[in-house]
Design a protein around this ligand. Structure first.
Ligand code: G
Ligand code: MN
Length: 263
């Protein structure tokens, strides 16, 4: 009975997702990455959300598995690429020059070969330079030994789209992937930033990430910055960018634009 209930739920979710794509129920929430030296906004990370008519706001972890199973994953990726590129153009036209936009790619999206031609076509159609789009992937997703994911990452690298490694410092110790792919950014995981400046180990690992990244030409972003003390530690220790509730939560488009004008 429970099993039936579960697969019924899954089926319902798949049907709902089909409708969601048609009825524009997907949206991005936005959070800024701030340059610690100048205070300027350098990048905006877009978080995918589904405003479900009955269930409320759903996170990708709730619906990506259903998207994958129902073959809708490519449609969701298409939606994401279209929207991120169009939003980049809207903000550029309103004077936000030199801005990068970042999107989070789930493991199942990375294993979908169809996203490569799709991404190429979207960049060409919208005229967004590849270097302005960042793909955030978790360390574990880069390190998994999956040939499709590796081929997709190779294509991304060929297209010169920058990769950002999400949750860096929590996954694997092999760093050779930093050279193989077009990695431009490391994002220090929130669990490490949490311990700054009180926990000696977290400080030591943060310092080590920064000293390793800079000679390799990588930009370092601290995730989950919530307090002025964390911010001060990161600034004095040479971290490049910070992101977190200290500046703002991820906000809907309308809220984010209000936040921008008040800054
Ligand atoms: O997977 P990724 O590392 O991109 O996850 C980002 C998540 O972290 C988002 O769901 C976002 O809401 C959350 N987040 C962003 N900033 C902060 C913060 O300052 N503190 C906490 N606790 N969570 C945050
Ligand atoms: Mn992210």
């Amino acid at each position: 009975l429970l099993m039936n209930g579960t697969s019924d739920d899954r089926l319902k979710l798949e049907l709902d997702l089909r409708h969601a794509l048609e009825r524009n129920q997907l949206e991005f929430y936005y959070q800024a990455q701030i340059d610690l030296a100048s205070g300027e906004m350098r990048c905006v990370e877009a978080f995918l959300r589904w405003l479900h008519p009955q269930r409320g706001l759903l996170l990708p972890s709730h619906f990506m598995p259903a998207a994958e199973e129902s073959g809708l994953i490519t449609n969701v990726s298409q939606w994401m690429f279209d929207h991120i590129c169009l939003q980049w153009r809207l903000w550029r036209d309103r004077g936000l020059e030199g801005l990068n936009m970042a999107i989070n790619l789930s493991t199942s999206q990375l294993m979908d070969q169809a996203i490569v031609p799709l991404l190429e076509a979207t960049l060409e159609r919208t005229g967004v330079p590849a270097s302005r789009l960042e793909w955030e992937v978790k360390e574990g997703a880069v390190m998994q030994h999956n040939t499709t994911a590796a081929a997709v990452l190779d294509s991304i690298t060929q297209m010169q789209i920058p990769l950002a490694i999400d949750d860096f410092g929590t996954g694997y110790s092999s760093l050779s992937y930093l050279r193989r792919y077009s990695v431009k950014k490391l994002k220090i995981d929130r669990s490490l930033v949490d311990g700054l400046p009180a926990e000696g180990d977290d400080c030591a690992i943060t310092d080590a990430i920064i000293s390793m990244a800079h000679p390799l030409g990588l930009v370092v972003v601290a995730e989950g910055v919530e307090t002025p003390q964390q911010l001060e530690y990161l600034r004095t220790h040479g971290c490049d960018l910070a992101q977190g509730y200290y500046f703002s939560q991820p906000l809907s488009l309308g809220q984010f634009e209000t936040w921008l004008t008040r800054r």
